[in-house]
Design a protein around this ligand. Structure first.
Ligand SMILES: Nc1ncnc2c1ncn2[C@@H]1O[C@H](COP(=O)(O)OP(=O)(O)O)[C@@H](O)[C@H]1O
Ligand SMILES: [Mg+2]
Length: 239
């Protein structure tokens, strides 16, 4: 079993979207996948189930109310299936005090998965730090904007404290032409230079991708988003 943590202190930079794409990519290549929503906002749960209900999930597991097998549900898209542990607002009261050793014990004890993927809230403390501590790989999605650069570098550095090397996945990066000037070209160059040595690859950012990720009723085969899945496996180097 391999544990993957999706981390960035920046909110809205693509963590949950990359979590959906990675889960689908791994599951579509035949791997047994468990996605764990660690964000009290419950974005991953909402994307994958189309609901935002308070149902048994990570809160119930971490507080000892339920056993792990009681909080796992199955989700699927276009015949690709994988498992999910949901989150909701109740997780907020315990997320900052999550115990990495107890979480590690819980998740390393389940043997039926090839991959367990943790979608973290926008912080490097608490539950995000806990999952990253015992993860085999930490991926740092980052949309290419000035507001994301600082938090991304902070995230890379915070991981050094726990002896992890995060890998940055840029979302919507386009290599600027040599002669290009202007704000976006500037930011893109600055970003790439700053994350030098931590860059893992980039994935496109389009309106259809956003819709396909967040709307469980959309057929991936209709949107061509399924073509994104194998490049993602390549970027993550986990196939
Ligand atoms: N690869 C992508 N393609 C298109 N839109 C994206 C992509 N990644 C993120 N987005 C959009 O950016 C916004 C924030 O993404 P999200 O994954 O929820 O970020 P986070 O989990 O880091 O807060 C969402 O509206 C989402 O649709
Ligand atoms: Mg999120």
């Amino acid at each position: 079993m391999k544990a993957i943590s999706i981390l960035n202190q920046k909110g809205g930079c693509g963590k949950t979207s990359l979590s959906v794409l990675t889960s689908l990519a791994l599951a579509s290549s035949g791997k047994k996948v468990l996605a764990v929503d660690c964000d009290p906002q419950g974005g991953l749960s909402a994307f994958l189930t189309g609901t935002n209900d308070e149902t048994p999930g990570l809160f119930d597991l971490l507080t000892g109310i339920k056993k792990i097998e009681e909080v796992i549900i199955s989700v699927s898209r276009d015949n690709i299936s994988f498992d999910l542990i949901r989150a909701d607002y109740r997780l907020d009261s315990i997320a900052s005090n999550a115990d990495p050793y107890s979480m590690k014990r819980q998740f390393k004890s389940i043997e039926q998965y090839d991959f367990i993927l943790f979608d973290n809230p926008p912080t490097v403390q608490g539950i995000s730090r806990a999952t990253s501590l015992f993860a085999d790989e930490v991926f740092i999605p980052a949309d290419v904007s000035m507001a994301t650069l600082g938090p991304t570098l902070y995230t890379i550095n915070a991981l050094k404290d726990i002896e992890k090397k995060g890998k940055v996945v840029l979302v919507g990066y386009k290599e600027p032409k040599e002669e290009a000037s202007g704000y976006m070209a500037e930011i893109s160059r600055k970003f790439m230079e700053a994350i030098n040595g931590y860059f893992a690859g980039n994935i496109p950012k389009t309106v259809t991708t956003a819709r396909a990720i967040s709307d469980p009723t959309i057929k991936w085969s209709d949107t061509k988003v399924d073509k994104l899945l194998s490049p993602i496996l390549e970027i993550l180097g986990v196939n």
